[in-house]
Design a protein around this ligand. Sequence first.
Ligand code: ADP
Length: 398
Amino acid sequence: MKILVVNAGSSSLKYQLFDLEDDKNDVLASGICERIGIDGSNLHHETENGTEFNSDFEMPDHKVAVELVIDALLSPEHGVLQSLNEVEAVGHRVVHGGEEFANSVVIDEEVKDAIKACYPLAPLHNPPNIMGIEACEAAMPGKTQVAVFDTAFHQTIPDKAFMYALPYELYEKHGIRRYGFHGTSHAYVSEIAMELMDNPEAKVITCHLGNGSSIAAVNAGECIDTSMGMTPLAGVPMGTRTGDLDPAVVTYLMEHEDLSAEQVDSLMNKESGFLGVSGVSSDCRDLSAAADSGNARAELALKMFNYSCSKYIGAYSAALGGVDAIVFTAGIGENSPSLRLEILEKLSYLGVELDSELNSQKIGAYKLISTEDSRVKVYVIRTDEELKIAQETAALAE
Ligand code: ADP
């Protein structure tokens, strides 16, 4: 079954065309449209046969971008399809589903209205997600379109964990609560961990550590807590985001640095985290290189990150009443043995024993990196949010 996966941002649109069979999940083609609505729009397209092209096109909006993607998929030179009829359905990444969506859904007018009702909660993400959906509806009328939400997996979190201790009316009026993000990734890697352990009841802590990072506590496949909050700003420190902060810091900054709400928001989202503390870079590799050559603030930023990740793992083992597995995924989680070691080295009291040899080896799709005797299994599992979106879409299309 061929499934097109679309991830639409404000000025970009990423896509992957999957061919899913029982045990097979081939990516036939993938690519990205960049600078949509800006001068110098560009489409990069590549196929599993190794053909690729990179071309500048006029892309005034997402509708034109989707038409160009379809042309590329059907093109005699770089195409992988004879006809669009071969595509069974289109799966869309949607960032915020609020309390409305605990699962992926087939998109209709009502679903689109509910996604639009979440605009205030994700003003930068949901509007372009809708643009991507409407562009695909226009270009492929009648084709099944499915929405897969970053927040859906976290909808099983109980109220004691998702509520903030603000006046209750603010939750009722504005939906101010913890939602959590990266749900597709946490769901994907926790499912694989449970399969690897052959234990559907397992208590799993998943650490998605990339440019944006979040940690989740998963009990028998159900998420019970996660580090991101109403927005993706909360939790551990990230590339450019603060992570958790005393909320009084916000009003203090507004008063004493004379900043507007918008300016504080930008400072906390774009100028903080690794970048803000180190003054070097938001990228973990740059930070590690700087720390290795003696930059104390780069070293401090990394220590803060490791410390925060360790604390979340400790907290979530308490929330779960134990832990059977810890999973690392995403750019940092998959690729940095030294950070994995530093995050876990104080956790031997939980029964975590890392095998330093396995931890330093290259990983494939997944790897067990704990010792044979370790009570808690530690896995590195390569995340694949697009594949998970394709699988959810295929299940609904069937
Ligand atoms: P995004 O959240 O944008 O999807 P990724 O999951 O790709 O991000 O993660 C990007 C982060 O992963 C960057 O901070 C990058 O430095 C880090 N990273 C990638 N490779 C390595 C590596 N070998 N060692 C340490 N960090 C790495």
